[in-house]
Design a binder for this molecule. Structure first.
Ligand code: NAD
Length: 270
């Protein structure tokens, strides 16, 4: 049975631990860590069977097979190399961290040389399967449109820096149109989907992104348009926001649980 360590005890970390605790995933939670001790304790006390310890990331890396990062892009940048060097595989939810090519190349080399894996679940987006297949031939364009309720975008660096007032918005407002590399920098907590699509598709510089604040919707809506030698793909997903974090879609946590099930299952489908 694999031993896992959880970095980040918010919505996604809690959902993953509870799925393991219910026996949905065959794994043992060795430890959890959060900058907020209270969040970690809250998570630990929500579990019935598993008894993780609260310890430092370094101690966690020495005693686990798989680290699950569900904290922040900064945490991902801080801990991924150390976890890999300690012999851990790592599952990363803060996919935006890989927008920095230097960081991407560094962890790629460490993982390759150490025979370790970096898993990035599909998160809040769909269509990664066909995009990956299409990438084995030529892809001409990838366009992703992210439409969120105002509460999911209001505190993003882009909105704050440009003093955009979303409070009394009555109609959808396009906040950003440009390449994925800029979207990830300006909306770090919101556009992991753009990062995931860039990573499995044509990259951060060529993937086109549109971000819309929409006061008329309750769900996080992502549309993906891909054209290539395989043909064309149009995908739309309407995600329920997580009850405790409107920036996160519920399905993002489910995608991590699904990836864990896949890792621990001899069948690899899709
Ligand atoms: N890949 C995707 O499609 C996708 C979708 C949703 C969320 N995410 C990302 O997943 C991550 C977790 O999302 P969430 O909804 O659970 O967030 P959350 O805010 O509910 O929880 C994050 C937790 O991590 C902790 N944390 C922050 N920085 C930390 C650090 N340096 N070390 C340890 N703990 C730290 C916070 O205190 C918090 O408890 C975020 O980075 C989010 O952007 C990815």
């Amino acid at each position: 049975m694999i031993r896992v360590g959880i970095l980040g005890c918010g919505f996604i970390g809690t959902q993953i631990c509870q799925a393991i605790d219910r026996g949905d995933v065959s794994a043992e939670i060795y430890a959890v860590y959060d900058v907020s001790y209270n969040k970690a304790q809250e998570l630990i006390s929500s579990l019935e069977i598993q008894t993780p310890v609260y310890c430092s990331p370094s101690q966690m890396f020495e005693n686990t097979d798989l680290i699950i990062e569900c904290a922040s892009p900064d945490a991902a940048r801080l801990y991924i190399s150390e976890a890999l060097k300690n012999g851990c595989d790592i599952l990363v939810m803060s996919a935006g961290a890989f927008q920095d090519p230097e960081f991407y190349n560094e962890v790629y080399e460490i993982a390759l040389n150490g025979g370790k894996r970096i898993y990035i679940p599909s998160g809040a987006i769909a269509g990664t399967d066909s995009l990956k297949s299409g990438m084995t031939s030529n892809i001409d364009s990838v366009v992703i449109e992210t439409r969120k309720p105002v509460s999911g975008l209001a505190d993003s660096p882009y909105v704050i820096k440009n003093k955009i007032s979303l409070e009394n918005l009555k109609e959808p407002l396009t906040l950003f149109e440009g390449k994925a590399s800029d979207a990830v920098v300006n909306f770090p907590r919101n556009v992991n989907v753009c990062a995931t699509i860039s990573l499995c598709g044509i990259g951060f510089e060529k993937t086109e992104v549109r971000i819309i604040a929409d006061p008329t919707i309750q769900k996080n809506i992502h549309k993906l348009k891909v054209k290539g030698d395989f043909g064309e793909m149009f995908m739309e997903i309407k995600n329920n926001p997580a009850p405790t974090n409107p920036k996160t879609s519920y399905i993002a946590a489910l995608s991590a649980i699904a990836k864990l099930k896949e890792i621990t299952n001899p069948f690899q489908i899709g």
